[in-house]
Design a protein around this ligand. Structure first.
Ligand code: GEK
Length: 259
């Protein structure tokens, strides 16, 4: 069992250990966010994504600074609601949080976790594609490791819609696995990530099978591609605020009032 420690010392989710790829699979198939994945998700993401907890803590801090009273906050690709929970604790009560994921297994479990804690801030959980979500009156939009699962050609359209739906002074927090154009740097940092997973108890078989399952599903961009896209979407300011190996979180700010 893994406990999922959130900022400010709260532990909210205990999950089973991720052993999904521990045995050889004859037909691996593509990775899906189904019930088996949802059941082990906290353990899986913690043992696979360096800096995940620090990013959640940062999302909370940035929410405390940028969430505007009576505005909407979005958690796009919310999985079990970890970012939603940290935002809910740090935003004005008058905010409304919209948490979206297109995997029913994730949304069902997220509902249980969110109901486990009292809050006067309303959260609307929605099972739909994040590309179909209407973004309006937004002050904080979080996409924590989900844009990488969207068709690359559709990513700019989504970011443009987010920019348009943000109030002036609003922010986008975008976390992604990134790749590096220089081959030496790419292999050095990939090695560091591999060692991170080994240190967290994943076997060579598990690492190899998961990589195969994620091929063609998780399509990463480089840091520069992300920055160029955020600029093209309209964001006047954007940069990385956190990076651990090949996992980065970007902060983009809408400064202009277009009204
Ligand atoms: C966290 N943010 O713990 N529309 C909606 N949801 C989607 C889509 C889509 N088009 N594509 C994928 N998802 C979370 C972690 S996990 C990251 C996010 C990971 C959902 C998918 O169902 C899954 O729950 C989530 O995006 C990605 O802070 O597994 O690497």
């Amino acid at each position: 069992m893994t406990a999922w420690h959130l900022p400010k010392g709260q532990t909210i989710i205990a999950s089973m250990k991720d052993t999904l790829y521990a045995q050889p699979h004859e037909a691996l198939g593509t990775f899906q966010f189904n019930e088996s994945v949802a059941a082990v998700f906290p353990d899986m993401i913690q043992r696979s994504v360096p800096g995940y907890q620090t990013i959640l803590a940062g999302i909370g801090e940035l929410t405390a600074t940028y969430a505007q009273a009576d505005s909407h906050l979005y958690d796009l690709g919310c999985s079990l609601g970890a970012a939603t929970l940290t935002m809910r604790r740090q935003c004005p009560e008058s905010c409304r949080i919209l948490a979206v994921d297109n995997a029913p297994a994730m949304i069902e479990r997220a509902r249980t976790y969110l109901e486990g804690y009292h809050s006067n801030t309303s959260v609307e959980l929605s099972c739909q594609d994040i590309q179909d979500v209407a973004i309006e009156n937004a002050s904080v939009v979080v996409i924590n490791f989900t844009l990488q699962f969207i068709e690359p050609a559709q990513r700019l359209t989504l970011l443009k819609r987010i920019y348009q739906g943000l109030n002036p002074g609003g922010i986008l927090i975008l976390s992604e696995k990134i790749h590096f154009d220089q081959s030496g740097i790419q292999s050095a940092i990939e090695h560091l990530h591999l060692q991170f997973k080994r240190a967290n108890g994943y076997s060579e078989l598990e690492i190899g099978q998961k990589r195969t399952a994620l091929e063609d599903v998780l399509i990463s961009d480089s840091r520069q591609t992300h920055l160029d896209r955020m600029s093209e979407a309209g964001f006047e300011q954007a940069n990385i605020w956190f990076q651990a190996y090949n996992f980065a979180s970007f902060l983009a700010i809408k400064t202009t009032d277009h009204s």
